[in-house]
Design a protein around this ligand. Structure first.
Ligand code: C6P
Length: 409
């Protein structure tokens, strides 16, 4: 199935059993498991390196600062950024998107302006824009999805007029798995005044991303969805965009001078990192990036296509099962949402859990998309580097059991 080899042994949690059954972890779109290398890096940081960064005049603090800045450089290299200064550490993708909404949108939008989104977005790429629209009088407009669950670009020319100042799109849906039309939007936006923001929370962990070729102005993603710890994420921005972005949080670390009435911002990216940053988490993310680079992101993507194709095939054997997502694996990632007859998504997830299969159920923080799909809730299996064909087989077996339990036969 894969060029990755069997990496499961690198992930201690995957050795857990539930009532004698080995865990089948199919919720990596929510958060991924962590390899030894990440866990050990964080452990070592607290044992050997712990000190605050950018402050202390002593060697331990200098070493912690070096490790923190080295993690920034690793992330920059991983996404093809021109320099580490293009990488802002945040709490996660959500915080990164809020930085752009409040640091860019709030200062530039006004009544008559528009923000163009898609109905496929996660709440993190809708709600901050709604909040800023409320404050500025700007209006939200949306691209729809088509019958294949892809963003429908047929009325893009009509919607993308001079009123649109921000376009923000997901690189990959956490519900349907559909890839977002980033390249198409980048091309369209290039002729306008609008900036393009990409929510890369699901894209960056699962496919090679090169910001030099992406055509975006800003890219947001989360460390915990790419084998790193929670509490760390990234906002990448083009240097000229970051230079014009306003900080949204004030405090220590983000200034070069403060008087009783005024403050002068520190250079980018530090002006966006007020307060003590998530040091151990950033260093842990650096270790996750090392691990993914060793696997190779092309191989990660190839594995995802293979396991998703296998899952879609096997799921098609089950009567009454509806998959909400594209069939062609070249146009999608490994988040597979489905409904089984009229079984409620949560009931189904509970039965799957009884068989050791961990999946997510609900609206997946994408209520507008769920409404558009006509589903109140779906059950979602999502795959990552450590999933193997047997995991899919266990899911399918458990779904047959669920059919029995709910009398679907
Ligand atoms: N989706 C899921 O189970 P944070 O919570 O900041 O790390 O990531 C937010 C986010 C933004 N965009 C997309 C496309 C996402 O999938 C997520 C997180 C998780 O699908 C939790 S709701």
């Amino acid at each position: 199935m894969t060029d990755l080899g069997d990496v499961r042994g690198d992930f201690p949690l995957l050795g857990r059993t539930f009532e004698g059954r080995p865990l089948v972890y199919l919720d990596s779109a929510a958060t991924t498991q962590k390899p030894h290398r990440v866990i050990e890096t964080i452990d070592r940081y607290y044992r050997e390196l712990n000190a605050n960064v950018h402050r202390g005049a002593y060697r331990l603090s200098a070493a912690a600062t070096d490790a923190y800045e080295e993690a920034r450089a690793k992330v920059a290299r991983f996404i093809g950024a021109g320099s580490p200064e293009e990488v802002v550490f945040t709490r996660g993708a959500t915080t990164a998107l809020n930085h752009v909404a409040y640091g860019w949108g709030l200062h530039r939008l006004g009544s008559g302006d528009r923000i163009l989104l898609t109905v496929m977005e996660h709440h993190s790429n809708i709600v901050p824009w709604q909040m800023v629209a409320r404050l500025t009088g700007a209006e939200l407009v949306y691209l729809d999805v088509d019958d294949e669950y892809r963003v429908d670009l047929s009325n893009l020319d009509e919607l993308l007029d001079e009123r649109v100042k921000i376009v923000s799109v997901s690189g990959m849906s956490n519900v349907t798995g559909a890839l977002g039309p980033v390249a198409e939007l980048a091309e369209a936006v290039a002729d306008t005044e609008a900036v393009l923001v990409v929510d890369g929370a699901q894209l960056v962990p699962h496919a090679p991303v090169d910001v030099a070729a992406l055509g975006a102005d800003f890219l947001a993603f989360s460390g915990h969805k790419m084998l790193g710890p929670t509490g760390i994420g990234v906002l990448w921005g083009r240097p000229e965009r970051l230079a014009d972005l306003e900080p949204t949080e004030g405090g220590g670390e983000m200034i070069v001078d403060v008087t009783l009435t005024d403050a002068k911002w520190a250079p980018v990216p530090h002006r966006f990192e007020a307060g003590t940053p998530p040091i151990a988490q950033a260093i842990g993310l650096g270790a996750a990036v090392d691990y993914l680079e060793d696997l190779g992101m092309d191989a990660v993507r190839a594995h995802e296509e293979a396991i998703t194709a296998y899952a879609l095939d096997r799921l098609s054997e089950i009567p009454d099962l509806t998959v909400y997502g594209p069939r062609d694996v070249a146009t999608r990632g490994g988040a597979v949402s489905f409904e089984l007859g009229d079984i409620h998504a949560h009931d189904l997830a509970t039965i799957l859990d009884e068989h050791g299969v961990a999946v997510r159920a609900g609206h997946h923080c994408a209520k507008p998309l769920m409404r558009r799909l006509g589903a109140v809730a779906t059950t979602r299996a999502s795959f990552y580097v450590y999933n193997v064909a047997e995991d899919v087989d266990r899911l399918v077996e458990a779904l047959w059991k669920a059919r029995e339990v709910f009398g679907l036969d």
